[in-house]
Ligand binder design. Structure first.
Ligand code: NDP
Length: 450
């Protein structure tokens, strides 16, 4: 591990490790936040007290449940469902659901823990949580996905609600899945409670811009990082990993701002398209047909190539936006990016860079934005969706996008000012973690020992 935890905080980490054996992703997320708290351990020890820190590392509630369903052949399948309600100091638990075979308790806890500080950074009244299942929607028929979602919600419904816990999408959970989940919630509760889920479809309570929000927001954040250095996106070469919701809309906004996005990936490889990715084709392949990048390459023709082994981070670029999944960018990738002259790295995904990779960017002086700051546009727009649902209103695309832009600029300012205040100007990790943490800690102290 590259950086040290302050000696005053080390006993908390030791106790945390002993209480959560084997949960390596969760360890990684907590470690990163504890390292960032170093300045307050000396300067503001009241915020680094055991009583707060130990509660911060322990979810308020962890729910694990069986999800039985029947496939199209009539075979009974069993998956595991999770919802970790991590911290409600600032508002109802808020965070997505992930359906992917890799999902386990460690991954859901790391995502829930990150979500607490991300949601705090948005400045909106939302707590943090996360959930999902080891169900793999890939290759499943629509009817199978619907039966799975209905079974999942048949247990989850009793734990969620507009004022309690408000799930959204994440990997493997898009508008289609949210539709099935919402339908079953409505059926069981006999309530049209729009605010219980976000990321809904346009015709049933969804907000304009929610689909685009995480990717657009990441690009707005990058623009602020560049602006702070007197630069902009015009003519920049960008590599984006993934080709899902976050990646596609990061590509769209970057292209709108005059950058050339030359590569993206899926779990079977990556595509390099030096003249710039054809976004219409990419959307058709990935969003409409739920196909593979190999389909994109065969339809796009000779201007691009498909690489099935190796790392997308070998492709030289000015800006890297890892937007697929956790720990997808390691030491060798970071070295390749720095060696090829990368100027900026911002996370579209949650924790895609390993701590060792982050250390390489830091040592090389490459500005790096952690996901809890740069990908916060998704959850921020979910909070805007909740506002619209509560007031039975729906805002225009332009108005909602303007608000998203303002929120991302405010998050950037909050991170930059906090990092400078605590003696680490330009350190977005420290700025994001400290700013997010202090607000939650204040609320927890005010609400007593619960
Ligand atoms: P999607 O399911 O829409 O897309 C995920 C993409 O990542 C797909 O292209 C997928 O490839 C690829 N991928 C997944 N796992 C791997 C892997 N192990 N190796 C390589 N590629 C992989 O998810 P999202 O775009 O919604 O989420 C991406 C990341 O962004 C996640 O970390 C998520 O937590 C984070 N995030 C998402 C938000 C949102 O609003 N959606 C908000 C904030 C963060 P394939 O098509 O082959 O599966």
């Amino acid at each position: 591990m590259p950086a040290e935890i302050h000696p005053r905080l080390q006993p908390v980490f030791d106790e945390f490790l002993a209480r959560n054996p084997g949960e390596k992703e969760f360890h990684q997320a907590v470690y990163e936040v504890l390292v960032s708290l170093t300045p307050i351990a000396g300067k503001k020890p009241e915020y680094a007290q055991w009583s707060i820190l130990r509660r911060m590392c322990e979810p308020e509630r962890q729910i694990i449940f069986r999800v039985p369903w029947m496939d199209d052949e009539g075979t009974v399948r069993i998956n595991r469902g999770f919802r970790v309600e991590f911290n409600s100091a600032l508002g109802p638990y808020k965070g997505g659901l992930r359906f992917h075979p890799s999902v386990n308790l460690s991954i859901i806890k790391f995502l829930g823990f990150e979500q607490v500080y991300k949601n705090s950074l948005t400045g909106m009244p939302i707590g943090g949580g996360k959930g999902g299942s080891d169900f793999d929607p890939k290759g499943r028929s629509k009817a199978e996905v619907m039966r799975f979602c209905q079974s999942f919600m048949t247990e989850l419904y009793r734990h969620i609600g507009e004022y309690t816990d408000v799930p959204a999408g994440d990997i493997g959970v898009g508008t289609r899945e949210l539709g099935f989940l919402f339908g079953q919630y409505k059926r069981i509760t006999n309530r049209y409670e729009s605010g219980v889920l976000t990321g809904k479809g346009q015709s049933w309570g969804g907000s304009l811009v929610r689909t685009e929000a995480t990717g657009y927001g990441a690009v707005f954040f990058v623009e602020e990082m560049l602006r702070a250095r007197g630069e902009d996106l015009q003519g920049r070469r960008i590599v984006v990993s993934g080709s899902g919701n976050v990646a596609i809309y990061a590509i769209e906004k970057a292209q709108q701002r005059g950058a050339t996005v030359i590569a993206c990936s899926d779990s079977n490889g990556y595509v390099v398209d030096e003249s710039g990715l054809d976004l219409d084709l990419l959307k058709d392949v990935k969003e409409e047909r739920r196909g593979r990048l190999s389909d994109y390459v065969s339809e796009r023709g000779s201007s691009c190539r498909h690489v099935t082994n190796g790392s997308i981070w070998q492709v030289p670029c000015d800006i890297a936006l890892p937007s697929a999944t956790q720990n997808e960018l390691g030491v060798d990738d970071a070295k390749a990016l720095v060696g090829n002259g990368v100027r900026l790295v911002a996370e579209g995904a949650n924790m895609p860079c390993t701590p060792e990779a982050v250390e390489i960017f830091t040592q090389a002086g490459v500005p790096y934005a952690p996901g809890k700051a740069s990908n916060a546009g998704g959850v921020a727009t979910s909070a805007l969706e909740m506002q619209q649902n509560a007031s039975r209103d729906s805002w225009t695309f332009e108005d909602t996008e303007t608000r998203l832009g303002e929120i991302m600029r405010a998050i950037h300012t909050r991170c930059a000012e906090t990092a400078a205040e605590y003696g680490n100007p330009g350190n977005y990790v420290m700025g994001a973690n400290l700013a997010g943490y202090l607000k939650v800690a204040d609320a927890m102290v005010a609400q007593g020992l619960i």
